[in-house]
Design a protein. Structure first.
Length: 188
């Protein structure tokens, strides 16, 4: 896993997802060699770079042009050989005309979560996976509901990470924001 501080970052673009969270997303996504991945909301590219190190091809969408620039910088720095196509636009439009994929990763959806998952489901291979990272409470519930409706048997984990910081008194544990990871599988 790439250390957080290795990513180039600008204040206007969220991310990268913390190393511990990226680790769990990779684990729950079951991403593997040969996979084709669609990522919606690449932000700083925290997940994009990790995915591109493991999959055959990654399509990464963001509606913010600056996010794509930052992601590109991180890809050049951290995985120049990665097969990544960056697509500017709102997810629902950008998803048109993509070939079938094995994995959908949603890092941002701005109110279009259900539509994005339903649309992606049609292009998702049988046995393919959907993973959503959620900061908002509502995103947790909405992800579960739509995946249940699609009979994807969703599971959810919530991570509360605390990192040790050295102080004069000893090692102080400092908490990061909790993040939920909701995942489901398209039935064979
Ligand atoms: N996981 C990323 C951070 C994601 S931040 C990382 O590790 O770096 C979420 C991103 O989703 C933002 O850049 C935002 O512009 C994008 N986004 C939100 N809704 C979107 C939509 N409907 N279509 C495309 N991009 C979207």
């Amino acid at each position: 896993m790439i250390p957080d501080e290795d990513f180039y970052k600008v204040p206007e673009v969220p991310g990268p997802s913390k190393e511990e969270v990226r680790c769990l997303v990779m684990c729950h996504s079951r991403v593997k060699e040969g996979d084709v991945v669609l990522e919606v909301g690449c932000g700083t590219g925290g997940l994009t770079v990790e995915l591109s190190r493991r999959a055959a091809k990654v399509y990464s969408v963001d509606k913010n042009p600056q996010a794509l620039e930052v992601t590109l910088t991180n890809l050049r720095k951290l995985n120049p050989q990665g097969e990544v196509e960056l697509i500017l636009g709102d997810a629902l439009e950008a998803m048109e005309d993509l070939p079938p994929y094995d994995l959908l990763v949603v890092g941002g959806s701005s109110g279009e979560l259900e539509e994005i998952i339903r649309k992606a489901y049609q292009q998702l291979q049988a046995g393919g996976r959907v993973v959503v990272t959620a900061i908002l409470l509502e995103t947790r519930l909405r992800s579960l509901k739509v995946m249940e409706d699609l009979e994807m048997e969703p599971r959810i984990v919530e991570v509360f990470v605390a990192r040790g910081r050295t102080t004069q008194m000893g090692t102080m544990m400092q908490g990061l924001n909790p993040v939920a990871i909701i995942s489901g599988v398209k039935k064979l």
